[in-house]
Design a protein around this ligand. Structure first.
Ligand SMILES: Nc1ncnc2c1ncn2[C@@H]1O[C@H](COP(=O)(O)OP(=O)(O)OP(=O)(O)O)[C@@H](O)[C@H]1O
Ligand SMILES: [Mg+2]
Length: 146
Protein backbone atom coordinates (compact mmCIF):
# COMPACT_ATOMS: atom_id res chain seq x y z
CA UNK A 1 0.00 0.00 0.00
CA UNK A 2 1.19 3.52 -0.76
CA UNK A 3 0.47 6.66 1.30
CA UNK A 4 0.77 10.42 0.82
CA UNK A 5 -0.03 12.82 3.68
CA UNK A 6 0.84 16.38 4.65
CA UNK A 7 0.73 18.10 8.04
CA UNK A 8 0.91 21.83 8.74
CA UNK A 9 3.23 22.71 11.62
CA UNK A 10 2.64 25.93 13.55
CA UNK A 11 5.57 27.71 15.23
CA UNK A 12 5.76 27.65 19.06
CA UNK A 13 2.71 25.40 19.29
CA UNK A 14 3.86 23.18 22.14
CA UNK A 15 0.36 21.80 22.66
CA UNK A 16 0.18 20.11 19.25
CA UNK A 17 3.91 19.49 18.89
CA UNK A 18 4.47 15.86 17.95
CA UNK A 19 1.02 15.25 16.46
CA UNK A 20 2.28 14.83 12.88
CA UNK A 21 4.88 12.26 13.92
CA UNK A 22 2.25 10.45 16.04
CA UNK A 23 0.02 10.16 12.99
CA UNK A 24 2.95 8.95 10.89
CA UNK A 25 3.69 6.28 13.53
CA UNK A 26 0.03 5.25 13.71
CA UNK A 27 -0.17 5.00 9.91
CA UNK A 28 3.00 2.88 9.72
CA UNK A 29 1.76 0.61 12.53
CA UNK A 30 -1.37 -0.11 10.52
CA UNK A 31 0.92 -1.39 7.76
CA UNK A 32 3.24 -4.37 7.80
CA UNK A 33 6.57 -2.71 8.65
CA UNK A 34 9.21 -3.99 11.06
CA UNK A 35 9.18 -2.53 14.56
CA UNK A 36 12.77 -1.37 14.19
CA UNK A 37 11.89 0.60 11.05
CA UNK A 38 8.82 2.17 12.69
CA UNK A 39 10.92 3.13 15.72
CA UNK A 40 13.61 4.80 13.57
CA UNK A 41 11.04 6.72 11.52
CA UNK A 42 9.18 7.81 14.67
CA UNK A 43 12.35 9.20 16.24
CA UNK A 44 13.47 11.03 13.09
CA UNK A 45 10.07 12.48 12.22
CA UNK A 46 9.46 13.60 15.82
CA UNK A 47 12.80 15.41 16.07
CA UNK A 48 12.38 17.11 12.68
CA UNK A 49 8.79 18.14 13.50
CA UNK A 50 9.83 19.57 16.89
CA UNK A 51 12.63 21.51 15.20
CA UNK A 52 10.02 23.25 13.01
CA UNK A 53 7.97 24.08 16.13
CA UNK A 54 10.83 25.41 18.26
CA UNK A 55 13.26 26.89 15.72
CA UNK A 56 11.24 28.01 12.67
CA UNK A 57 8.54 30.40 11.51
CA UNK A 58 6.36 27.38 10.68
CA UNK A 59 6.16 24.84 7.91
CA UNK A 60 4.87 21.45 6.94
CA UNK A 61 5.75 17.77 6.96
CA UNK A 62 5.24 15.68 3.85
CA UNK A 63 4.99 11.91 4.37
CA UNK A 64 5.05 9.38 1.56
CA UNK A 65 5.24 5.63 1.36
CA UNK A 66 6.06 4.30 -2.09
CA UNK A 67 6.96 0.84 -3.37
CA UNK A 68 10.56 0.94 -2.15
CA UNK A 69 10.85 3.54 0.60
CA UNK A 70 9.33 5.87 3.17
CA UNK A 71 10.05 9.55 2.54
CA UNK A 72 9.59 12.33 5.06
CA UNK A 73 10.31 15.89 4.04
CA UNK A 74 10.16 18.70 6.60
CA UNK A 75 9.96 22.16 5.07
CA UNK A 76 9.87 25.49 6.90
CA UNK A 77 9.98 29.15 6.00
CA UNK A 78 13.05 30.30 7.92
CA UNK A 79 15.16 31.65 9.58
CA UNK A 80 17.37 28.75 8.43
CA UNK A 81 20.36 27.02 9.98
CA UNK A 82 23.54 29.14 9.94
CA UNK A 83 25.99 26.24 9.75
CA UNK A 84 24.44 22.85 9.08
CA UNK A 85 27.62 20.92 9.86
CA UNK A 86 27.94 22.61 13.26
CA UNK A 87 24.21 22.12 13.94
CA UNK A 88 24.68 18.37 13.35
CA UNK A 89 27.22 18.03 16.16
CA UNK A 90 25.90 16.43 19.36
CA UNK A 91 25.05 18.99 22.03
CA UNK A 92 25.00 22.03 19.74
CA UNK A 93 21.85 24.09 20.35
CA UNK A 94 20.69 27.67 19.98
CA UNK A 95 17.46 26.93 21.88
CA UNK A 96 16.07 29.81 23.93
CA UNK A 97 15.32 29.70 27.64
CA UNK A 98 11.61 29.22 26.87
CA UNK A 99 12.38 26.29 24.59
CA UNK A 100 14.55 24.69 27.30
CA UNK A 101 11.85 25.19 29.93
CA UNK A 102 9.55 23.22 27.63
CA UNK A 103 11.97 20.31 27.73
CA UNK A 104 13.79 20.75 24.41
CA UNK A 105 17.22 22.08 23.48
CA UNK A 106 19.66 19.30 24.36
CA UNK A 107 21.15 19.59 20.87
CA UNK A 108 20.48 15.92 20.13
CA UNK A 109 17.70 16.13 17.54
CA UNK A 110 19.79 16.33 14.37
CA UNK A 111 22.34 13.69 15.54
CA UNK A 112 19.41 11.36 16.35
CA UNK A 113 17.88 12.04 12.93
CA UNK A 114 21.21 11.26 11.27
CA UNK A 115 21.47 7.93 13.14
CA UNK A 116 17.89 6.95 12.37
CA UNK A 117 17.62 7.59 8.62
CA UNK A 118 18.92 5.57 5.71
CA UNK A 119 19.48 8.82 3.79
CA UNK A 120 19.41 12.40 5.02
CA UNK A 121 19.86 15.71 3.24
CA UNK A 122 19.52 19.14 4.81
CA UNK A 123 19.34 22.25 2.66
CA UNK A 124 19.04 25.55 4.47
CA UNK A 125 19.20 29.28 3.84
CA UNK A 126 17.51 32.27 5.53
CA UNK A 127 14.31 31.57 3.57
CA UNK A 128 13.95 28.15 5.08
CA UNK A 129 15.17 24.67 5.77
CA UNK A 130 14.34 21.44 3.97
CA UNK A 131 15.14 18.23 5.80
CA UNK A 132 14.68 15.18 3.57
CA UNK A 133 14.79 11.77 5.23
CA UNK A 134 14.35 8.43 3.55
CA UNK A 135 14.09 4.89 4.81
CA UNK A 136 14.14 1.61 2.92
CA UNK A 137 10.99 -0.43 3.39
CA UNK A 138 11.45 -3.40 5.71
CA UNK A 139 8.38 -5.55 5.94
CA UNK A 140 7.69 -8.49 8.21
CA UNK A 141 5.85 -11.54 7.03
CA UNK A 142 2.34 -12.03 8.44
CA UNK A 143 3.66 -14.90 10.60
CA UNK A 144 6.30 -12.70 12.28
CA UNK A 145 3.94 -9.84 13.01
CA UNK A 146 1.80 -11.65 15.61
N1 LIG B 1 14.27 23.85 11.25
C1 LIG B 1 15.25 24.58 11.80
N2 LIG B 1 15.30 25.93 11.57
C2 LIG B 1 16.30 26.67 12.11
N3 LIG B 1 17.28 26.17 12.89
C3 LIG B 1 17.26 24.84 13.14
C4 LIG B 1 16.26 23.98 12.62
N4 LIG B 1 16.52 22.73 13.03
C5 LIG B 1 17.64 22.79 13.76
N5 LIG B 1 18.09 24.06 13.85
C6 LIG B 1 19.34 24.54 14.51
O1 LIG B 1 20.19 23.42 14.74
C7 LIG B 1 20.43 23.29 16.15
C8 LIG B 1 20.57 21.83 16.51
O2 LIG B 1 19.33 21.16 16.31
P1 LIG B 1 19.01 19.86 17.17
O3 LIG B 1 17.66 19.36 16.79
O4 LIG B 1 20.15 18.92 17.06
O5 LIG B 1 19.02 20.42 18.69
P2 LIG B 1 17.91 21.27 19.46
O6 LIG B 1 16.64 21.31 18.68
O7 LIG B 1 18.51 22.59 19.81
O8 LIG B 1 17.71 20.42 20.79
P3 LIG B 1 16.90 19.00 20.90
O9 LIG B 1 16.61 18.54 19.52
O10 LIG B 1 17.84 18.08 21.62
O11 LIG B 1 15.66 19.32 21.68
C9 LIG B 1 19.27 24.02 16.81
O12 LIG B 1 19.57 24.44 18.14
C10 LIG B 1 19.07 25.20 15.86
O13 LIG B 1 20.06 26.17 16.04
MG1 LIG C 1 15.81 19.56 17.94
Amino acid sequence: MNVSKQYLIAPNDYFNAGSASSDIKKTLKSMNFSNDLIKRISIASYEAEINIVIHSYGGFVDFKVNDTSILIQCVDSGPGIDNVELAMSPGFSTASETVRLNGFGAGMGLPNIKNSCDELTIVSDPNGTIVTMSFHRVEVSQDDSV
